[in-house]
Write a protein that binds this ligand. Structure first.
Ligand code: SF4
Length: 376
């Protein structure tokens, strides 16, 4: 069975105010990385087929690892798994980590795609987010990676940042798109519980952007990417034709993935599993086989259906009516067909050769439309 591998590198230089991913700013990383090597070996032993379709190093900040640290992970991966020919190997990189030497080192290790966390080119916005990079590092990032020979890359941006006006966002888009990137991911800023941003909002020192501003900046994004010939192949992801991210697309199409490292998630189509989001507990559990470093949940049929609907409807390919009918039991199919009928009448869904899609004008509301099809 095809699958992708995700390696979560749980370290960052500093905490961005809005971030709720799992990471630590500890300088001592060797024991966690060794535990990740153990997990790679352990997980591969349980695989019948060890050929991965794609490898994605995310985090956290994988770009801050030194050569010996990254090599440790890559060597362990190659010892345990094989990569399909021409497989996509992505590394998330922050602008402050980009140097010619590091870029060359990543190429030597087999990285062939970068996901560059620029987020904004605006000095005020970057400071507000508490990012580790400044505006000049953001400006230099793409020329640097192109000079190093990386033609396959994605730029990450964030919209709905309270200190960014619509004009600032237009400048961010212009600066990103002037490079003609093959891929762009743009996410709406969300206030996640437990983050510094949530604390500021609760204290009343920060007011989140209004719904209208989110919607307007989303429209600016859709228009600007279309003007340069990019396709919105997922609500937050845009690519030049056929430059879709293989790893992410597999995930949206329900292809299984194996997640390695603290907090990483795995999914095989039926069972969802998540590793403990704590570096100390993770490494201890991996070294002592009597402790478990993950929890898992067998998805009910209704949850499998909800998952299929939610991920599929966020993409330009939508979902196949036939797949729902053949895969799920009559009760779910009946519920699906009744709900679809209503949404089609409301013009929130369109049918096209057996596929159901959300029309472009309503994609901003994808999650809400998908939720209207859920089986609770
Ligand atoms: S660099 Fe990324 S993972 Fe690290 S704190 Fe910032 S947003 Fe979170």
């Amino acid at each position: 069975m095809s699958f992708g591998v995700y390696i979560h590198v749980p370290f960052c230089k500093k905490a961005c105010h809005y971030c709720d991913f799992h990471f630590s700013t500890a300088k001592e990383r060797s024991s966690v990385l060794s535990a990740m090597v153990l997990e790679l070996e352990q997980r591969a032993r349980r695989q019948v087929d060890t050929q991965a379709l794609s490898l994605y190093l995310g985090g956290g900040t994988p770009s801050l690892l030194a050569e010996d640290e990254l090599a440790l992970l890559f060597n362990a991966f190659h010892k345990s798994f094989n990569l399909a020919p021409h497989a996509e190997v992505t590394l998330e990189a922050n602008p402050d980590d980009l140097t010619t030497e590091r870029l060359q080192m990543w190429r030597r290790l087999g990285v062939n795609r970068l996901s560059v966390g620029i987020q904004s080119f605006n000095a005020v916005a970057l400071k507000w987010m508490n990012r580790a990079h400044d505006a000049s590092q953001a400006e230099r990032a793409i020329p640097l990676i192109k000079d190093a020979g990386f033609s396959n890359y994605s730029i990450d941006l964030i919209y709905g940042v309270p200190v960014n006006t619509d004009g600032d966002w237009a400048v961010d888009l212009e600066k990103a798109l002037q490079h003609q990137p093959p891929h762009l991911s743009a996410y709406a800023l969300t206030v996640e519980q437990g983050t510094a941003l949530a604390h500021f909002v609760n204290k009343g020192t920060v007011a989140p952007a209004t719904e209208q501003r989110y919607e307007h900046q989303y429209e600016q994004l859709v228009v600007a990417t279309k003007q340069v010939g990019m396709e919105q192949y997922e609500v937050s992801n845009f690519a030049l034709p056929n430059r879709y991210a293989v790893h992410n697309t597999s995930y949206w199409q329900g292809i299984p993935y194996i997640g390695i490292g603290p907090s990483a998630h795995s999914f095989d189509g039926y069972v969802r599993r998540w590793n403990v989001a704590n570096n100390g507990k993770y490494q201890k559990a991996l070294r002592t086989s009597d402790l478990n470093y993950y929890e898992e949940e067998i998805l009910t049929e209704a949850n499998q259906y909800n998952e299929y609907v939610m991920t599929g409807l966020r993409t330009q390919w939508g979902i196949q009516e036939g797949a729902v009918v053949s895969r799920f039991s009559p009760g779910i199919v009946q519920h699906f067909q009744k709900s679809v009928e209503k949404l089609v009448q409301q013009k929130l869904l369109i049918t096209d050769e057996g596929r159901l899609r959300i029309p472009e004008a309503h994609r901003f509301l994808s999650d809400g439309i998908a939720a209207a099809l859920f089986k609770i």
